[in-house]
Design a protein around this ligand. Structure first.
Ligand SMILES: C[S@@+](CC[C@H](N)C(=O)[O-])C[C@H]1O[C@@H](n2cnc3c(N)ncnc32)[C@H](O)[C@@H]1O
Length: 309
């Protein structure tokens, strides 16, 4: 049978005209069509099958649902057939009800997404969202890091250094533990990260040339320093003019066991201590803010402090 005859046969039924009119501008699932037309599922499916076979419709699956829409691109005779079908459907008694049901279903679709976000608004940062994670946000933020020379002081085995090295021009990771440095250097070699160098040294007197670095990071390292103000002064000396310091550390706490469990010298720092040490070292544009609080006791809080040389 020719394509024209197939189309004519497919459109020779009023229910199929209704379906064509509903799908003219929207893609709809079988369930939605059923709800709009109030026809049984098997009747709807038979009609859809016929329309698809004649080339007037196409379908796609999404999980357990099948969606139908006008076959693209609808040109020439097919386009004329579709226009005729829509005009024919307008003459049917069910047309007004179909259109108002269609409007309701489309409105509900839009509402469903809105409803969810309205419900979680205000606690979205704490609720589960598929694919949302701080790791993913971190990776995104890394992509906007300019090509800086970075010193990661008290780097440990270089978790942060390795990430930074993906975008930074050069990362110098300094740690006073020989084993940390050996482990980190080995790992960077294995991962073929050429712009990351590990150096053995003290964060109060880092083995880095003065005024050679754009960014100094002290991540959970300052509370190990014998003299935190001296470590901050040393960081200032490493920086080029307008260079930045970023300190991530624990907010002052009273969990004494941290000394034994984690080898901590200081039980965190207050925001004002960090602020005044940064100021005394010569930093400007200083900020010190609590950025995280742990759910589990003893509810450690993390403070982020920064400034510009
Ligand atoms: C808690 S870890 C933090 C590691 C890493 N910065 C991070 O955020 O994952 C502290 C690191 O600081 C190092 N460290 C402690 N005192 C130091 C000092 N005076 N100079 C240099 N590194 C030091 C330790 O060896 C350890 O690797």
């Amino acid at each position: 049978m020719s394509a024209i005859l197939k189309s004519l046969r497919a459109l020779s039924d009023p229910t199929r005209l209704r379906i064509m009119a509903l799908l003219e501008r929207n893609e709809l699932s079988v369930n939605e069509l059923q709800e709009i037309t109030r026809l049984g599922q098997s009747r709807i499916s038979t009609h859809l099958g016929l329309l698809q076979e004649s080339g007037l419709l196409e379908s796609r699956r999404e999980g357990k649902r099948t969606f139908y829409k006008i076959a693209a691109p609808a040109e020439g005779t097919t386009r004329e057939f579709i226009q005729l079908a829509v005009r024919g459907a307008e003459e049917l008694a069910e047309h007004a009800a179909d259109q108002s049901n269609l409007k309701r279903i489309l409105g509900r679709r839009a509402q469903q997404a809105q409803l969810y976000f309205n419900q979680v608004a205000g606690r979205f940062d704490r609720s589960y969202g598929p694919g949302r994670s701080w790791q993913a946000f971190g990776q995104l933020l890394l992509r906007i890091l300019p090509p800086l020379v970075v010193a990661d002081l008290g780097s440990g085995e270089g978790l942060l250094s390795e990430l930074l090295a993906r975008r930074a021009r050069q990362v110098i990771a300094v740690d006073n533990s020989e084993r940390m440095v050996a482990f980190g250097a080995n790992k960077a070699r294995k991962n073929k990260i050429k712009n990351l160098e590990f150096r053995l040294g003290d964060l109060e007197n880092p083995p880095i040339e003065p005024a050679s670095v754009d960014l100094v990071i002290l991540s959970q390292a300052l509370h190990h320093a014998a003299s935190p103000p001296q470590a901050i002064r040393a960081a200032h000396a490493l920086l080029r003019p307008r260079g930045q310091i970023m300190i991530l550390d624990l907010l002052l706490h009273n969990f004494e066991q941290a000394r034994e469990l984690h080898g901590d010298r200081w039980l965190g720092f207050s925001e004002s201590d960090l602020h005044s040490w940064l100021e005394a070292a010569g930093f400007r544009k200083i900020e010190a803010t609590v950025v995280a609080r742990e759910e589990q006791p003893p509810h450690f809080e993390t403070v982020l402090a920064g400034g510009e040389k």
